[in-house]
Write a protein that binds this ligand. Structure first.
Ligand code: FAD
Length: 304
């Protein structure tokens, strides 16, 4: 890299927007950790923070509670994830109405995975919404929400080909999706090629890369194999022998995430979604490297 490269410009932080993803905590200890993370990430002024929804709506209450606490106790703008799994249309509509009554204006709309787990054949609920596109339509029917949807640079594992995926993404856009956030990936060429193909397929919404800082390489490799994300050999080599050396693992993980994000900045990417795993350290480090500095937190100053 030389001094003329985008990622080295002193004003780069002003041009980049970030969002952070959390999962709802299961117990008091996890809640305390999440809240510590929220407090550390809040001064970075993310565009929004999203809260996931467990398979089959299993975290419905916890997702709602987490979103509500973010709304009430922080300046952050929450986005509630929702899925179609194992619920009738009426039940899904009811959840949307509850979030809307709470003041939620952003959603991440997903079909969801089968409640038997990733890899099992997906059966839509007979009285429910069948896929992400139908859920976007249901959300739009209740309000002019900002709606993010999923995208898969390496193809959705159930999808026969990219054309089927782009067809679904186009349907979600036609129903009113505002942006797509990608499944995590480690090969930036795959992301760049995916965006080019989406544009050729007539899809023009922002396709925001989902970046997963690696807190545990073993867990990420396992998870990646289930959701169709390729773990390149060079990445495995970087973490080789670090299972019992958490400090070096964290330093390497930070370097790997920074390298990926700076390379995407050089390719012209300006929006990033971070899968935080409810931990702040790696995200703070990466944001620092792309010029995002903490700002004073002023109540009533939530990002648009
Ligand atoms: P859709 O966009 O509806 O479909 C995905 C693909 O499946 C399509 O592209 C298509 O290839 C195929 N497909 C689906 N329906 C049809 C059809 N009728 N005909 C032909 N092909 C079809 N899961 C959770 O449970 N909770 C979460 O909070 C959550 N958050 C996520 C956030 C992001 C950013 C991403 C990328 C994924 C998330 N997931 C979450 C995982 C997601 O639920 C799974 O990947 C699921 O398998 C697909 O959901 P989707 O919304 O991508 O599906």
């Amino acid at each position: 890299m030389n001094q003329y490269q985008l990622s080295r410009r002193s004003d780069i932080g002003n041009k980049i927007r970030v969002s952070f993803e959390f999962f709802p905590p299961k117990n008091d200890d996890m809640e305390a950790r999440l809240w510590d993370t929220v407090t550390r990430l809040e001064p970075l002024r993310p565009q929004f923070v999203s809260v996931t929804y467990g398979a089959g709506g299993t975290t419905r209450e916890r997702t709602a509670r987490t979103v509500k606490r973010i709304l009430q106790e922080s300046t952050l703008t929450p986005a509630a994830h929702m899925t179609c799994v194992d619920a009738t249309r009426e039940e899904v509509d009811q959840v949307i109405a509850e979030f809307a009554a709470m003041g939620v204006k952003r959603f991440v709309a997903l079909r969801g995975d089968p409640k038997e787990g990733v890899g099992a054949a997906y059966q839509p609920h007979p009285g429910g919404y069948a896929n992400g596109a139908e859920l976007v339509g249901a959300l739009k029917a209740q309000g002019d929400f900002d709606i993010s949807v999923s995208a898969y640079p390496e193809k959705h594992p159930e999808s026969p080909d990219f054309a089927t995926d782009f067809d679904m993404l186009k349907r979600k856009v036609d129903q009113g999706a505002t942006r797509a956030v990608t499944q995590f990936f480690f090969d930036n060429d795959l992301y760049e090629r995916y965006v080019e193909r989406a544009r050729k397929a007539g899809i023009y919404i922002p396709i925001v890369p989902g970046v997963l800082p690696i807190h545990s390489f073993g867990q990420v490799a396992n998870f990646a194999s289930r959701c169709g994300a390729h773990v390149p050999g060079w990445l495995a080599e970087r973490f080789e022998g670090l299972d019992k050396d958490p400090q070096t693992h964290a330093l390497v993980a930070s370097a790997v995430a920074v390298e990926q994000v700076l390379d995407l900045v050089e390719r012209g990417v300006s929006d990033f979604h971070f899968y935080t795993m409810n931990r702040a350290d790696l995200v703070v480090a990466v944001c620092h490297m792309i010029g995002i500095r903490p700002q004073p937190v002023v109540q009533g100053s939530a990002a648009a």
